[in-house]
Write a protein that binds this ligand. Structure first.
Ligand code: FE
Ligand code: FE
Ligand code: ZN
Length: 326
């Protein structure tokens, strides 16, 4: 469920700055923010309202993840739909998934951003690997039916020497098979670092994938700050410019989620090594600007930083401080 599509049965705001779980009532506030910036050239956002959370382990089931994130103080999260490195995956218990859905609605969570397996390659050159990827994707579509209104994000794939054009064609063809008008959730292509033969290292490639899919209304993009930086998009010195380019190429209406990570490497390194917020080459100031950027308001932001639980809690607190700054 996107914040703008939510119901109106939530309590009234408690103060000048909306409590996180009231914030979907304030879908219009980002617009005020934009207005203030454009008309009055305000240096900072008037309101900052994003959803924040981190990647969680699915080991203890669905409801347990929601309860864990409540304890962390967040209001979105990510989880692997299956073993991220391949292998057997546990079935989803429908009652457990329903209990999670109830918690998400009750607590005013933003959309969840589930993550497909790293080994799933929808444009593999090896026929067996490709077939395996297609089977994983098909199974993930079934699993995601238990999470209506949420997001399913995946790495588009690696063309392994076939060339980007061929890779894009294969990914689009695969998506075209599974994206139907009745799909109860949205599929997100993740922006990639362009490591090796990865497809999705440029906004133009994502656009091409989307263009090859009939029911592309079921398709969005998840922007990973580490990946775009590593791919060569300078979000440190020109976040506005990068988002403008995204808008021109893909369209900001496709942007459904953000992976909030610092990077161990330099701009354009094509490495994909995540770092804790403020401890990498992107730095706290640039990540803070991303959290507060008018174009990114209302989106779920998911931390994929190298952290234990305590570290994630610290980063969630930090991001909420950035949000609350006047
Ligand atoms: Fe990812
Ligand atoms: Fe990511
Ligand atoms: Zn990554």
């Amino acid at each position: 469920m996107h914040p703008t599509q939510r119901g109106v049965e939530m309590p009234p705001p408690t103060g000048w700055y909306p409590e996180p779980r009231d914030k979907f009532q304030f879908a219009f506030l980002p617009m005020i923010d934009c207005f203030a910036r454009i008309c009055y050239n305000t240096p900072k956002g008037v309101f900052t309202v994003i959803y924040i959370g981190c990647h969680l382990s699915v080991t203890n089931g669905c409801l347990a993840m929601g309860e864990t994130m409540l304890g962390f103080g967040g209001d979105t999260f990510a989880f692997f739909t299956r073993n991220p490195r391949g292998g057997k995956s546990r079935e989803i218990d429908p009652a457990d998934a329903a209990a999670l859905s109830a918690l998400l609605a009750r607590e005013g969570f933003g959309p969840l951003v589930a993550h497909g397996s790293y080994t799933m390659n929808l444009c593999a050159a090896n026929p067996a690997t490709l077939q395996n990827g297609l089977e994983m994707f098909a199974d993930d579509m079934k699993r995601m039916a238990y999470f209506p209104g949420q997001y399913y994000n995946f790495h588009p794939g690696a063309h392994v020497g076939q060339g980007a054009e061929k890779g894009i064609e294969l990914i689009s063809a695969a998506l075209d098979r599974f994206l139907t008008p009745d799909l109860p959730f949205t599929v997100l292509l993740e922006t990639m670092a362009g490591k090796g033969s990865e497809v999705g290292g440029s906004f133009a490639q994502l656009r091409q994938v989307i263009d090859g899919v009939a029911h592309s209304e079921k398709l969005g993009v998840c922007l990973d700050t580490c990946h775009v930086w590593d791919a060569g998009y300078d979000i440190v010195n020109d976040l506005d410019g990068v988002l403008t380019e995204f808008d021109k190429t893909v369209g900001l209406s496709r942007l459904k989620a953000v992976h909030l990570n610092d990077s161990k490497n330099d701009l354009g390194s094509h490495k994909d090594r995540h770092e804790k917020l403020g401890q990498g080459r992107i730095g706290a100031d640039a990540l803070r600007r991303a959290v507060r950027h008018p174009a990114l308001q209302g989106l779920p932001f998911v931390l994929e930083t190298p952290n234990d639980d305590a570290g994630y809690i610290e980063e969630i607190v930090l991001v909420k401080e950035w949000m609350a700054e006047a």
